[in-house]
Design a binder for this molecule. Structure first.
Ligand code: 5GP
Ligand code: ZN
Length: 111
């Protein structure tokens, strides 16, 4: 999609430190990491947010498989996934992405 930061990263038009790729997803380090591991996993195809992605169960399944693939490759058994859906809860890039965080302790409930 034109003017989408994460579509541009998927296409290689904007640089990012990619740490995992498969047929469904691209994963890259967050520019402003909040944990020792802070990776953004994005579907190759453009969806605005989790609610939009959920309209396409096949794409949603591939996306979840991609999150699993990254975690397995990274050797992560314990990790937190965060989806911000909507500007009101902090979504700032409107191409759905899982924040995958690991390597420190995490509070519950989240802030
Ligand atoms: P959101 O706020 O939408 O849930 O998450 C967007 C994330 O994208 C933020 O954690 C932010 O640090 C990250 N981010 C914003 N711009 C860039 C960029 O150009 N490159 C990378 N690698 N991450 C970015
Ligand atoms: Zn996009």
């Amino acid at each position: 999609m034109a003017d989408c930061l994460f579509c541009a990263i998927v296409a290689g038009d904007i640089p990012a430190t990619k740490v995992y790729e498969d047929e469904h997803v691209v994963a890259f380090n967050d520019l402003n990491p909040q944990a020792p591991t802070h990776v953004l996993v994005v579907p190759r195809e453009h969806f605005v947010d989790l609610a939009d992605l959920g309209r396409d169960p096949a794409a949603a399944g591939g996306f979840v498989a991609g999150i699993r693939g990254f975690a397995a490759q990274a050797g992560l058994t314990d990790f937190r996934t965060v989806f911000n859906t909507g500007a009101g809860v902090g979504q700032s890039v409107f191409h759905v992405h899982a924040h995958v965080l690991a390597g420190r302790s995490f509070d519950w409930p989240p802030g």
